[in-house]
Design a protein around this ligand. Sequence first.
Ligand SMILES: Cc1ncc(C[n+]2csc(CCOP(=O)(O)OP(=O)(O)O)c2C)c(N)n1
Length: 375
Amino acid sequence: MIAANSFIQALKRQGVGLFAGVPDSLLAPFCACLRDECSANEHVLTANEGNAVALAAGYYLATGNPGVVYAQNSGLGNCVNPLASLTDPEVYAIPLLLIIGWRGEPGVSDEPQHVKQGRITPRQLELLEIPYHVLASDSDYETILDTVFDEMRRTQAPSAVLVRKGTFEPFTGKSRMPSPGLRREDALREIVTLADPDDLLVSTTGKTSRELFEIREQRGERHADFLTVGSMGHASSIALGTALGNPRRRVICLDGDGAALMHLGALPIIGNVKPANLLHVLLNNAAHESVGGQPTVAGAMDFEAIVRACGYRYYRRVDDVAGLRRAWRALADGAAGPAMLEIRIAVGARSDLGRPTMTPEQMKTAFMEAARDDG
Ligand SMILES: Cc1ncc(C[n+]2csc(CCOP(=O)(O)OP(=O)(O)O)c2C)c(N)n1
């Protein structure tokens, strides 16, 4: 296996002065090491992967040095536009190195949302005409990086390294205190208890959806929630579409702060459309907890100011179950949507958390049956 700090040092020796990206569980040791080893000016955790490409481009314009963009392969979609229309050799010809976590690699079992993405990742890079090297635990990464950086200097174009599962050694790094407070799972369990059986729930990517699925299982309830297992950042827009499609039912979006940040532009659209039946719950742990707990900027953000400026009609922030119950009663007393309920939660999850046992197709069918406008 490769030690993440040796790999980062090797990148720095190639002249890399900027690392930007969105974390991935497969790259977790690399991301954790960046957090420990780099200054705030050397490492920027961006809202989405396309922003990271643009950031690396701006850095190159100022320094002439290629930056590194790291991402899960799901984030390649967010990168396509700036890769094709900004950094491409037929446009501005800006070299940068993409370090991509290869979830769903053929032959490696993974969740449904990763299977197709994993299969098409090499071909997506080929289509973008981005050369790539595969990095595995036994790779001679120094030689690979020499080749890649020589190539980038020659072609003035982006290049990629596709990282296999298990490539990096676990990284312990600086110890971090687990954050105290309400656990996401307990907040979700309370919401499921407080919600009306008629409410339609749309949950975000990562452990929120896995926990919601388990809670339904424990309660012996039918699975009729829409789990946004991939498509990070789009749960609120899915919820908006559902709320418009069935105005008689309340739609509850269970969002994460990392996901909300990824496509923050959805908020003013919700605020402008003003669906009275949309409740946007923001589970804010100021971290990408599902993929290793890397910090987001949401801990310091004033979501009340943001959503009010975006046109939401109601906002409340809570940080414990009692506050959650009070806020829920206030909502039931006629607070019209779109409403945001921000719940400050702790970073952390159970280590034995399971994964949905139904296929996405089965979950879609169950949700559609529950969501059908029967008025
Ligand atoms: C486009 C894209 N980029 C990255 C990922 C990897 N990923 C899955 S969950 C997650 C973190 C989500 O963070 P947040 O919304 O704050 O929820 P939390 O995990 O903290 O509950 C990330 C980065 C992804 N699935 N899709």
